[in-house]
Design a protein around this ligand. Structure first.
Ligand SMILES: Cc1cc2nc3c(=O)[nH]c(=O)nc-3n(C[C@H](O)[C@H](O)[C@H](O)COP(=O)(O)OP(=O)(O)OC[C@H]3O[C@@H](n4cnc5c(N)ncnc54)[C@H](O)[C@@H]3O)c2cc1C
Length: 411
């Protein structure tokens, strides 16, 4: 197999970064600060991973991450501001229900209360079985709603969610959710430092330990470095796409205990002047666990974004985009009247869980497995793009410390 073309040296880079999502780019930025030479290998033909903005119909749509969660301590906010990307700090649309919806306020409040009570019971469950479904009220009237919200948050059914893990995410959040009108994916993809060598469409197939570091094998050849940072999703890590060196089994096992949940989006363009309030929000059906949350005219665009989690996202995963659009259209017609069906044009639908190089939306610990995150990363902000950035940043620091230690021993 030929060597990659950039250099014939045995050790070409200080560090090879595998994966060009928020974590890989976070690692690259930190390595650049340390003055280390780095090569980033990315399997797909673009940077960003689950941070992906597509310009469709003239609108910057975030197909993956969209919200700068915990904006007041989110590293991407500082990066955005330093790079001239505007940050919208106004309240997110889910705090503003669409005014025309004739929903039953009593039902909505009862559903919210049921979710709050479930979350409170999760604390006791976390000390026992740790299975989030054990906090559901048997036969509870609003269990479908609780399941749908848990699906938005973790992409999973409560039966396979660790209560401890679910609460840890909630507890870590500062409640500030900001937005990037130019797209979260646009920012992440634009943030790779120019000093990082980049190979797109070059999946790492194998990592071997060598006498002086690592050898990473790709279709285009083998490249060597003193160390590697592996930033692929837990689904990829737990699978067999990358052959890892002996001794790394505990990482694979930890990744398998942190599977990726299902979350998908469908987008409609509002084709004629239907009376949709800009920057507002609607919830599909309080009694259907597959229901979507609708962001209406985000940034004033004539667009409706439907966000699906768990069983709702499975419609797209299993049946494909057309049934996903049909499901969302049925809910929107029930909310806004039959006229809206002819005003909506399908614009885009995601399929994160079907992408081999990603495999889902965000990781969720299985019951009793929340501590396994510690083997992969620290347990903060783990399902978010800024959490990914911070783990890449930390991985880079750890590598530099290890390389300095190795150098010291050799001297
Ligand atoms: C629908 C959806 C909505 C979301 N909403 C939000 C949100 O609003 N806010 C938020 O903070 N987070 C959100 N997230 C989560 C957030 O997008 C992720 O947590 C974050 O982007 C993960 O970054 P990462 O770098 O860890 O992983 P990834 O983005 O998965 O990056 C890993 C990269 O590795 C590459 N790769 C895989 N295999 C190989 C290989 N063999 N060789 C080389 N490269 C490889 C992949 O192609 C990918 O580019 C959302 C995710 C989804 C799917």
């Amino acid at each position: 197999m030929p060597d990659l073309s950039y250099s014939p040296m045995a050790t070409q880079f200080d560090v090879i970064i595998i994966g060009g999502g928020a974590a890989g780019i976070g690692a690259a930025r930190r390595l650049a600060v340390h003055g280390a030479s780095a090569l980033l290998l990315e399997a797909s033909s673009r940077l960003g991973g689950r941070a992906y903005t597509q310009n469709l119909g003239g609108y910057q749509l975030d197909l993956g991450c969209e919200w700068l969660h915990s904006g007041d301590r989110n590293a991407w906010v500082g990066i955005a501001e330093a790079s001239g990307f505007p940050v919208d700090r106004s309240d997110p649309p889910w705090s503003k229900a669409h005014p025309s919806i004739a929903e039953d306020k009593d039902d909505q409040e009862a559903a919210w209360r049921a979710y709050g009570a479930w979350e409170k019971r999760l604390r006791a469950v976390a000390r026992g079985s740790d299975r989030a479904s054990d906090a559901l009220e048997p036969g509870g009237e609003w269990n479908a709603y609780v399941r749908a919200i848990a699906g938005f948050m973790s992409g999973m059914a409560p039966e396979v969610i660790s209560a401890t893990d679910y609460l840890a995410y909630d507890d870590a959040s500062t409640g500030k959710n900001w937005n990037l009108p130019l797209g979260y994916g646009t920012l992440v993809a634009a943030s790779l430092p120019p000093s990082t060598a980049l190979r797109l469409a070059t999946p790492a197939e194998r990592i071997d330990l060598t006498a002086d570091g690592v050898a990473v094998t790709t279709r285009a050849g083998t490249v060597r470095a003193k160390a590697a940072v592996l930033t692929v999703s837990t689904a990829v890590l737990a699978g067999d796409a990358i052959c890892l060196p002996p001794g790394t089994e505990p990482w694979r096992e930890a990744a398998a205990a942190l599977p990726l949940g299902r979350n998908e989006k469908v987008f409609f363009e509002i084709g004629r002047d239907a009376a949709f309030e800009p920057g507002s929000h609607a919830y599909g059906n309080l009694r259907d666990a597959r229901s979507a949350a609708y962001s209406i005219r985000p940034n004033g665009w004539p667009v409706i974004e439907a966000f699906l989690g768990g069983d709702g996202a499975r419609i797209l995963e299993v049946e494909g985009p057309a049934p996903g659009f049909a499901h969302a259209t049925t809910e929107l017609v029930a909310l806004f009247g039959s006229d809206v069906a002819s005003a909506l044009r399908p614009l885009a639908a995601t399929s994160w869980s079907r992408m081999a190089s990603i495999g889902g939306a965000y990781s969720c610990a299985l019951p009793g497995q929340s501590q396994t995150r510690a083997r992969l990363a620290r347990p903060f902000d783990f399902t978010t793009a800024h959490g990914a950035h911070d783990s890449g940043h930390r991985g880079a620091d750890e590598i530099m410390a290890a390389l300095r230690h190795r150098q010291g021993k050799a001297a």
